[in-house]
Write a protein that binds this ligand. Sequence first.
Ligand code: COA
Length: 323
Amino acid sequence: MTRSVVLGCGSYLPQNVVTNDDLARRVDTSDDWIQQRTGIRERRIAGSHETTSTMGLEAARRALDAAGVKPADIDLVLLATSTPDNTFPATAVTIQAELGIEQGMAFDLQAVCSGFVFALANADSLLRTGQATRALVIGSETFSRIIDWDDRTTCVLFADGAGAVVVEAQQGTGAMTDRGILASKLRADGRHRTKLYVDGGPSTTGTVGHLRMEGREVFKHAVSMVTDVIEDVFAATGYGAQDIDWFVPHQANRRIIDASAKKLGIAEEKVVITVDRHGNTSAASIPLALDVAVRDGRIKKGDLVLLEAMGGGFTWGASLVRW
Ligand code: COA
């Protein structure tokens, strides 16, 4: 049985650090309020020279380095983003070209904050069906360019960055002790599409638009959606909360992460948290957090790693990976 095995990861953060106090000088907010409600202390905001493709490219290069894989060996570049460089072509083709990759396929996938989990699951399907052999799965976002910087209810939450993983099709035994992506579950429910959205687009306003959110509504649904889909992944693999080594959730809000871990019975010390330093980088948040925990030695080969995300649409999903 073919398994999609993660060979390495990488990430990129803009240099520019924006603290809660910096934001409090612009809108009516405070470090206390932001930390208490979200757990965020600071975030990175792209400079004028940084775009979704430049950040995604750097994260991809670092992931290739870590994996020991050459660009010429990649035949799938799958970029999760809601903030592409242009309406089209897909930003993935810019990254593909900058890496000098001339074979295989490259495309973007848009599932907002769930984008990385959706992209990883789709890459897994393409690898397992033999349509690709080695994939770069990237999450890269420049949310600072779609934020209304006068709206204190959203501008304190979102941020910029990129992360990437290299995934390869390998022969496994089919047992859950195999390395690789063991199971993924993806969901969407468009009835919630106006609770977190951007008020512009090519076929409506002809503008890029700004992010709008009913924060309390998102919060209300997040924990139950995320924990339901994780229970489905557990049912598909036979594993439970006690078996996982690391929980790497989408980094939207510390309170959502803590409540989800508690409901599932996942011990606090197994939860990887970066939201305090990164803010919510949407599709980039999971690969950014993975890269932090791999490079600091927490996530090791053979560990059971649980990923989950929920975002605009609503979309949500989870994936269980043996690293
Ligand atoms: N600073 C200070 N006060 C703020 C504020 C800010 N940045 N943003 C909102 N407020 C105010 C509100 O105006 C409101 O004031 P009022 O009572 O005078 O009307 C008060 O704080 C409470 O607002 P509310 O929206 O009820 O706060 P909350 O406890 O729900 O926290 C969020 C707001 C956004 C932090 C919370 O709803 C949340 O985390 N939601 C999920 C968002 C998310 O994760 N989205 C991404 C998913 S991928």
